[in-house]
Design a protein around this ligand. Structure first.
Ligand code: FES
Length: 130
């Protein structure tokens, strides 16, 4: 049912954890399955210097979080915002149709974390030195 890549990221999630002094945090939940995902980002010179996540969810949700964090790390904010549920699912070697919603959570949580960083920047532009 799941690709080897999915199973690998589920068994050995990359970048799992919390960034205590994160520059941006994005949290999403799916009301249907009850799964939750939170992304934490550190930004330096418009790049995602660090990305971590906490996920309470299914196999696909954990694999998606891990893959999104790998795809996003080191990217500039514009490119990271282009990560979509489809690109994550494709990089994972595909997801079963009934698990595609799990990939939405990852792309959304990352996008929200970037948005929260950008909103903070607008309010306190001097904080952009980080
Ligand atoms: S079943 Fe809900 S995120 Fe996978």
């Amino acid at each position: 049912m799941y690709s080897d890549i999915v199973m690998d990221h589920f068994a050995n999630p990359r970048n799992a954890g919390v960034i205590e002094d994160a520059d941006g945090v994005g949290e999403v939940g799916n009301p249907v399955c009850g799964d939750m995902m939170t992304f934490y980002i550190k930004v330096k010179d418009n790049r995602l210097e660090d990305v971590k996540f906490q996920t309470f969810g299914c196999v696909a949700a954990i694999a998606v979080s891990s893959m999104v964090s790998e795809m996003a790390k080191g990217q500039n904010l514009e490119d990271a915002q282009k990560i979509t549920n489809k690109s994550v699912a494709a990089t994972l070697g595909g997801l079963p149709q009934n698990k595609m919603h799990c990939s939405n959570l990852g792309a959304e949580a990352l996008a929200l974390a970037i948005k929260s960083y950008q909103e903070k920047q607008r309010k306190t532009p001097s904080a952009s030195a980080a």
